[in-house]
Design a protein around this ligand. Structure first.
Ligand code: C2E
Ligand code: MG
Ligand code: MG
Length: 359
């Protein structure tokens, strides 16, 4: 008995209140369950709305449901817009932030490593380090649930520093055991804005002894678009350390070739939404082709994200995409699972089974 309405673009021009009122109006109209039934039925509804960008869909839904709770308290047939500064919203945010502070203190964070593979040879060429919160009360949470709160609590930089060190240590260990693959670490806007980032990266490299070329720092296209001024300066400083730079989640921000060219990047990661596109196979393979070509024209290595099935891989093979990442090849793995994954690949009988050939 709860429904979600997503309104975008022109629908919002007159404000969310208009949409909420219209919905309530429609629902207020009495109706007959069966056309011939003489009894009219009336239902009441409450609407809670949250407006504006959030770091994740979950955040937006959480805020809308806080507003819905208030609307219900005020009685049937009402709507409430979420306000960041209601006592309830502030309280729940503060509680979560306090929990995160404890989590940092007790080191409740861990990393998963998702393999990145060479599309031609189908071998693992790298791993991406992905943050998890091993919350004391049970669930392991993915970053979408807590990154924005870490940032709000001023903890993103210290946690990011820990991720850098941990990821470099792990990769250095793999190198020592004869697996010279790269490790990618995600860098959020708040980290990029922080002056200590280049020295944090340098420290992680020195303390682990990892070859700088084996470290890839991923910055989202949106982050570059929204923070072009300091992004350029910071990325130039990072590049000077000998690390490689990637544009993450590329293709959703509509940045241009000229825009991309300003940044000293080495790798383009095509966003999952474009790989999983619901367009027809012909359309999506043209799209993939165009994006791969764009990256390669700029002299960049192109990695496709979120490859879940062979149908999504085939156009990438045809487009000559360099590398891929996704559940088809490997999910984010714990360190122990990754070791097993890599050693299974050493057995030739086991490799090459997972993927269909292009037809
Ligand atoms: P991302 O950097 O684009 O990472 C890829 C995300 O896609 C990961 O989600 C991964 O689990 C997921 N994924 C990979 N393959 C597939 C697939 O085939 N299908 C689907 N449906 N999903 C797939 P995850 O781990 O939840 O991370 C989400 C985002 O959080 C990351 O997106 C990245 O932007 C951010 N993040 C992760 N770890 C860190 C970190 O240590 N620091 C910062 N600043 N951000 C991080
Ligand atoms: Mg990434
Ligand atoms: Mg991505």
């Amino acid at each position: 008995d709860e429904f979600i309405v997503l309104a975008e673009g022109a629908a919002l021009e007159a404000g969310p209140e208009v949409i909420a009122e219209r919905l309530l109006d429609v629902l207020r109209t009495p109706f007959h369950v069966r056309g011939d039934s003489p009894n009219e039925i009336t239902v009441s509804a409450s609407v809670g709305a949250a407006l504006g960008p959030r770091l994740s869909a979950d955040d937006l839904l959480r805020d809308a449901s806080v507003a819905l709770g208030q609307a219900k308290e005020e009685g049937a047939g009402r709507y409430v817009l979420f306000a960041q500064d209601t006592p309830q919203a502030i309280e729940s945010r503060l509680a979560l932030e306090a929990e995160l502070r404890t989590a940092v203190e007790y080191e409740e964070f861990s990393l998963r490593f998702q393999p990145i593979f060479d599309i031609d040879r189908r071998t693992t060429i790298g791993i991406e380090a992905l943050l998890r919160w091993d919350r004391t009360k049970g669930r392991v949470l993915p970053p979408d649930h807590f990154l924005s709160h870490l940032e709000h609590a001023g903890l993103l930089v210290p946690v990011g520093r820990w991720v850098l060190r941990e990821a470099c240590m792990h990769a250095a260990g793999l190198h020592e055991r004869g697996r010279p693959i790269s490790v990618s670490v995600n860098i959020a806007a708040a980290q990029l804005a922080d002056e200590s980032l280049p020295s944090d990266v340098a420290d992680a490299l020195t303390s682990s002894g990892l070859d700088p070329h084996a470290l890839v720092l991923e910055v989202a296209e949106m982050t570059l678009l929204q923070n072009t001024d300091f992004a350029l300066e910071r990325m130039t400083a990072l590049k000077a350390l000998g690390v490689r730079l990637a544009v993450d989640d590329f293709g959703v921000g509509f940045s241009s070739l000229a825009f991309l060219r300003q940044f000293p990047v080495d790798i383009l990661k095509i966003d999952r939404s474009l790989i999983a596109s619901s367009a027809t196979p012909a359309e999506s393979s043209r799209l993939v082709h165009t994006l791969v070509e764009l990256g390669q024209t700029l002299g960049l290595e192109v990695i496709a994200e979120g490859i879940e099935n062979a149908g999504q891989l085939d156009p990438l093979i045809l487009a000559n995409c360099d590398a891929g990442q996704g559940f088809l090849y490997g999910r984010p793995l714990t360190a122990a699972q990754l070791d097993l994954f890599l050693s299974m690949q050493d057995e030739p009988a086991r490799s090459g089974l997972w993927v269909s050939q292009p037809t």
